[in-house]
Write a protein that binds this ligand. Structure first.
Ligand code: BES
Ligand code: MN
Ligand code: ZN
Length: 498
């Protein structure tokens, strides 16, 4: 897959170079501009389609090398299925599929954004371009060698041919911001923990200042002063100091209450004294996917100058076993004053979030708080890698998140909360304990968080299954997904900007 993508838009009729990619509807139907582009090939496409029984079903591919009549090296026809039924989100996928057909050797390509039926709207062409960008992402900064025969990725120029370049460029501006935010989130999640430890995470978040985001970093002394002992307890067994980063984007009206996004940022989760088994532990470098999403989202909001006041707050720690590490049985006092008995030091994410949720709620009095966390293995058992778990004390916020999930393909499934579950985290010694046993593990974790949000509308997204290690998709081939950035950007754009 090519490393450096140069994406631009060109008017229909621009002579293609390199690989030409076009779309067709079911029954091998083409849009007028594709028909014009393919005219010099005569009946080649029909003959090739017949030979391959290609009919243009959604996601199917017809690949023709050195097509006679065209000055291109390859002609790729991507099936779009029933074109009238295509949802906006599917244009992102089509862009991803198109990008996926380019080999590392390719240097030039043209994708014609034309379909049979009605003309492709500028927004849809821009979504297609977003899909191209997302699919082009690779994380290979630590690869110094290539296998034999495997060429090193080159720069690739992709032109998307559209009806009106200016209109598409305008529509694409916000998608460009989204693409960069997703890439930032993926980079943070893919980065190993020896490179990305709390201080370094905070430094990278600090780069958002260039876009006009106010970034504050709380160090250990500052957090001690605030009484964030639940968060600090998680980090106390690590050589790396904990941090809390608060990002503020004030694109909305002055004095209007902000909306707030909170992320779990465990740079590495060994489990602590309740140490995890060795197999697969390397994946716990991604235990900061919630925080990565919050940073990526703040970048999007700033880059597209969103008309909203938004807070991003992330608790950044490393959970290590050590002579100074916290023990099962320890009791910590949270910033809210409530006490938590530690039963299992591997249930650390909720401890970090308890303090950050309370801090944000108290300081900013936000309209709502949404937290994202790779919180429980149990959510993977419940929902697999397809949807994130959604927990909320507010039906309207939950409904909006579900809709935004359907619109972006970053889907969320609502899970229950309730006093029955809350009973399971009662402690003999403290106000609560940090685990409620195996049953309903994702729900009891959410119940603990709920105790730190008061009456504020709140939603918790458990992204343990979707933030990393999810199956590769048309728009992502990397281990980290950047899940949540597109979802939350859509939520903000649809409901919280004026
Ligand atoms: N970071 C893990 C959850 C996780 C598991 C994320 C797999 C991604 C993939 C979390 O801190 C954790 O260890 N949770 C425990 C909780 C238990 C001790 C109550 C779990 O899920 O087993
Ligand atoms: Mn853990
Ligand atoms: Zn964890």
């Amino acid at each position: 897959m090519p490393a450096i993508l140069q994406l631009k838009f060109a008017p229909f009729g621009t002579p293609p170079k390199g690989v030409l990619i076009v779309f067709c509807g079911e029954g091998l139907k083409f849009g007028p501009d594709v028909r014009r582009a393919l005219a010099p090939t005569g009946d080649l496409v029909t003959r090739a389609a017949t030979a391959e029984r290609f009919q243009g079903k959604k996601g199917s591919i017809l690949d023709i090398l050195t097509p006679a009549g065209l000055e291109v090296t390859r002609l790729v026809i991507v099936g779009a299925g029933k074109v009238a039924d295509l949802k906006p989100e599917e244009f992102v996928k089509l862009g991803g599929i198109a990008m996926g057909k380019l080999s590392p050797a390719a240097t030039d390509a043209q994708i014609i954004a034309d379909l049979p039926g009605s003309a492709v709207k500028p927004e849809r062409a821009a979504e297609l371009a977003l899909g191209v960008r997302l699919r082009a992402y690779i994380f290979d900064r630590y690869k110094t060698k290539r296998k034999e025969g495997e060429e090193s990725p080159k720069e690739i120029k992709v032109a998307i041919a559209v009806a009106g370049v200016a209109a598409v460029q305008k529509a694409y501006a916000s998608r460009d911001a989204v693409a960069k935010g997703v890439v930032l989130a993926r980079d943070l999640v893919n980065e190993p923990a020896n490179v990305l430890f709390p201080e370094e995470f905070a430094r990278r978040a600090g780069e958002l200042k260039k876009l006009g985001v106010a970034v504050e970093v709380l160090d250990v002394a500052a957090m001690r002063k605030l009484g964030m002992h639940a968060l600090l307890g998680v980090g106390q067994g690590s050589e790396r100091e904990s941090r809390c980063v608060i990002m503020r984007w004030n694109g909305g009206k002055r004095g209007v209450d902000p909306i707030a996004f909170i992320g779990k940022g465990v740079c590495f989760d060994t489990g602590g004294i309740s140490i995890k088994p060795a197999a697969g532990m390397e994946d716990m470098k991604g235990d900061m996917a919630g925080a990565a999403c919050v940073v990526g989202l703040m970048q999007v909001l700033a880059a597209r100058k969103a008309k909203v006041n938004a807070i991003g707050a992330v608790g950044i720690v490393e959970n290590m076993p050590d002579g100074k590490a916290q023990r099962p049985g320890d009791i910590v006092t949270t910033m809210s004053g409530q006490t938590i008995e530690i039963i299992n030091t591997d249930a650390e994410g909720r401890l970090v979030l308890a303090d950050v949720l309370h801090y944000v709620n108290k300081r900013f009095k936000p309209k709502f708080m949404i937290d994202l966390a790779t919180l429980t293995g149990a959510i993977i058992i419940a929902l697999g890698h397809e949807q994130a778990g959604l927990f909320s004390n507010d039906d309207r916020l939950a409904e909006r998140l579900i809709k935004a999930g359907q619109a972006t393909g970053e889907r969320v499934w609502r899970m229950p909360l309730g006093p029955e579950y809350d009973k399971k985290i009662e402690s003999k010694f403290a106000d609560m304990k940090n685990t409620g046993g195996r049953d309903a593990g994702s729900i009891t974790a959410a119940q603990l968080l709920l105790r730190f949000v008061d009456k504020t509308p709140w939603a918790h997204l458990d992204i343990a299954g979707t933030g990393m290690g999810s199956p590769q998709s048309d728009t992502n081939k990397s281990w980290a997904s950047g899940f949540g950035v597109r979802l939350l950007d859509r939520l903000v754009a649809d409901h919280y900007e004026k």
